[in-house]
Design a protein. Structure first.
Length: 330
């Protein structure tokens, strides 16, 4: 393998080894020689193969950073310790240091790859554990219920079913596919995203633990996927949720995962009403309340609770409501 350490911006320098070398002893007598020798080493470090320089006097003089005339005079001194092979000058110390650097690079690469594989295996193990747990629970529940209803009084045939609960599972069904088919959360997310694309809502990209827990709660409340699809159909029919409101606001997945929002949706709070183009938006339509957030909030409360203490006081103060001026629509 060709020795290449161009990715390493530094070259190790063993100080004590250098100070005891014959090359440094010559440099004591001729300090300029040290400048040329170090330049040759640095040039060879980033050559390919590392630790070598092309056998050409112009290239060598440039590597030593000296004039051609000076190179012709000092060439023999500078090249002491170098060996000519395959039309290139090789320095064994620089090659040795480059080989050590290459080993470190390869070791770091292997450690990084091992860590990546370990993380991947950890994720796969987690998925496999979840898949196995889900499949086992579903299979046990289905088989136990079936055996409880049919196994009693059937003698050995019933006993054989109790002894082999795994027989109800298809042996050729991939566990991951079986889990995905049973995962109502994934189905609900897919149904939401299909509606979001149609309505111009933000599509959900992540189904994390928090969203999954909330989604399971909403599915329980609406009776499963059938109820969830009905909720999405109801949302599609709502002008308010289509952006026909005073802020052109549109919902996202987290809006539907909130218990209050979802309950209102299922109870028809956002449905289109007769003579109402905003679908139950409860938004302020005109007058000073439309320009003042506090008045808008008061109008909303007054519209929803006209017989409350607040509603009576608001009407006494001359603030219109459903019976006295209609500053908030419902």
């Amino acid at each position: 393998m060709t020795l290449d350490v161009r990715c390493l911006p530094y070259m190790p320098l063993h100080i004590e080894r250098l100070r005891r070398s014959k090359a440094w002893l010559r440099c004591k007598r001729n300090p300029a020689l040290a400048f040329y020798i170090l330049n040759m080493w640095m040039r060879a470090w980033h050559e390919v193969p590392a630790g070598s320089i092309e056998d050409d006097d112009d290239v060598l003089a440039d590597a030593a950073m000296c004039s051609p005339r000076e190179w012709a005079r000092l060439k023999d001194d500078v090249l002491q310790g170098w060996e000519l092979r395959d039309w290139r000058w090789h320095h064994h110390v620089v090659e040795e240091l480059a080989a050590e650097g290459s080993e470190k690079i390869e070791g770091r690469r292997k450690r990084t790859e091992a860590a990546r594989v370990a993380r991947l295996q950890g994720r796969q193990a987690s998925v496999t554990e979840n898949v196995t747990s889900s499949v086992t629970e579903n299979a046990t529940e289905n088989v136990t219920g079936s055996n409880r209803r049919e196994g009693e009084g059937k003698g050995r045939e019933g006993n054989r079913k109790e002894e082999s609960p795994s027989s109800s599972l298809r042996s050729d069904e991939p566990p991951l596919l079986a889990t995905i088919e049973r995962d109502e959360c994934a189905d609900a997310l897919q149904a939401y995203n299909a509606t979001a694309r149609e309505m111009g809502w933000a599509e959900a990209q992540v189904l994390n633990d928090r969203r999954r827990a909330a989604l399971k709660g909403r599915l329980r409340e609406c009776g499963g996927m059938g109820g969830w699809r009905s909720a999405m159909a109801r949302a599609r029919a709502s002008p308010f949720l289509a952006g026909e409101n005073d802020r052109s606001w549109r919902p996202d997945l987290d809006f539907f995962l909130q218990q209050k929002s979802f309950t209102r949706l299922m109870e028809g709070f956002y449905d289109r009403r007769e003579g109402d183009n905003t679908g139950g938006s409860r938004t302020v339509r005109s007058g000073s309340a439309a320009r003042n957030p506090l008045l808008a909030a008061a109008a909303s409360v007054l519209a929803e609770h006209p017989d409350s203490e607040f509603g009576r006081r608001a009407r006494d103060a001359g603030f219109g409501g459903p019976d006295g001026g209609g500053s908030a629509g419902d």
